[in-house]
Design a protein around this ligand. Sequence first.
Ligand SMILES: [Zn+2]
Length: 106
Amino acid sequence: MPIYEYAHNDANTNCPKGQTFEMSQSIKDDALTVCPACDGAVRRLISAPGICTPKTNAELKNLGFTKLVKRDTGVYENVTAVGGESRVMEAGKPETIPHVHKRISD
Ligand SMILES: [Zn+2]
């Protein structure tokens, strides 16, 4: 279950755990509105969940993604081009479209 972070809305809380606390909840559960310890009003904080997204073009390429970077009107560079793919995709030139169907099949 994901862990959510909560903060007390009111600074004058008697909560021994302080201003913020973490709560393990199902993703289907509603956010808490009161602290289970002191009944003070709380809000759920937006925190980065443990989801890793590939950052570099090499990582994307290794994972089978295709990344196109716009270079000009109708011109995109395929920065994850693999063997046989055109490095540049141009509008109106279907032969330059990345071979996405090949990647999906494997
Ligand atoms: Zn509290």
